[in-house]
Design a protein around this ligand. Sequence first.
Ligand SMILES: NC(=O)c1ccc[n+]([C@@H]2O[C@H](COP(=O)([O-])OP(=O)(O)OC[C@H]3O[C@@H](n4cnc5c(N)ncnc54)[C@H](OP(=O)(O)O)[C@@H]3O)[C@@H](O)[C@H]2O)c1
Length: 263
Amino acid sequence: MALAATTTLFASLAARADFAASEPTVLITGANRGIGLEFVKQIAARDWNVIATVRRPAEAAELQAIAAANPRVAVEALDITDHAAVDALAARYARQPIDILLLNAGLTPTYPSAMKPLAGVDFDIARQSFEVNAIGPLKMARSFMPAVLASQKKQIVVLSSKGGSFAESPKLAMMYEYRASKAALDMYMYVLSFETAKKGVTLTLISPGQVNTLQDPKMREMMRRMAIEPVESVGKMLRVIDSLTPADNGKFLNYEDRREIAW
Ligand SMILES: NC(=O)c1ccc[n+]([C@@H]2O[C@H](COP(=O)([O-])OP(=O)(O)OC[C@H]3O[C@@H](n4cnc5c(N)ncnc54)[C@H](OP(=O)(O)O)[C@@H]3O)[C@@H](O)[C@H]2O)c1
């Protein structure tokens, strides 16, 4: 009883004066471009509070413009492989309940290098992919768990990929570095879901589909016929996120139809 009362009191204290205590708060990693930036746009449009984390805030022009026009969007510097920085940010937001910890940042393959066979595997990128795609999200989940527990929604949403699924990835020798790191991410989150089940936290992985987030304008144009735009992917993922219940803890869901993706 005393613990429940303390939790409620904690949840009612908003650390940031510019955040609305009545609205949910979402922390998004990798918020400067691609899917992460689109999440900021669509979630900020709901008037929710957004903590948008990026590696280099000074270079995140589009995100900074959104934050300048909306006091409920806070931009924070964060490289998720820097564990001391993750802890420092979590300490700064210790009194801010986080309803949705949205772990989006990832080291994604670029074409055509991702298509290389065994002889082309880059072991530095392989190691870095594990740091960014698997260990980084696990560290974020650990450091921000108290803030998630103090919130109303208590959700952790993680962007994974069918590329990391043994059952559903293409039966092709490609993207060694990326696919192995996403499979590791899935297993870390699968294991963690047995802890979140006991804490009342809903931890769900989502596949965003094949999304056109390439930066090179020529490549973007080329991809237009093969991939959906971030606006569509994020719109559909938010519908899935809105529908999450504790029964979705430990599941890996598809962005458009909520279908459960096999590991
Ligand atoms: N696009 C797709 O088709 C697709 C498909 C399946 C899954 N996904 C997953 O969806 C997520 C977003 O994909 P996307 O296409 O939007 O990727 P993206 O355009 O390549 O953007 C990746 C984001 O992650 C950030 N990031 C990279 N390393 C980081 C680090 N160490 N610390 C913090 N942030 C870091 C990047 O920041 P910088 O700008 O500083 O590099 C950028 O903001 C990823 O997890 C990806 O694997 C995407």
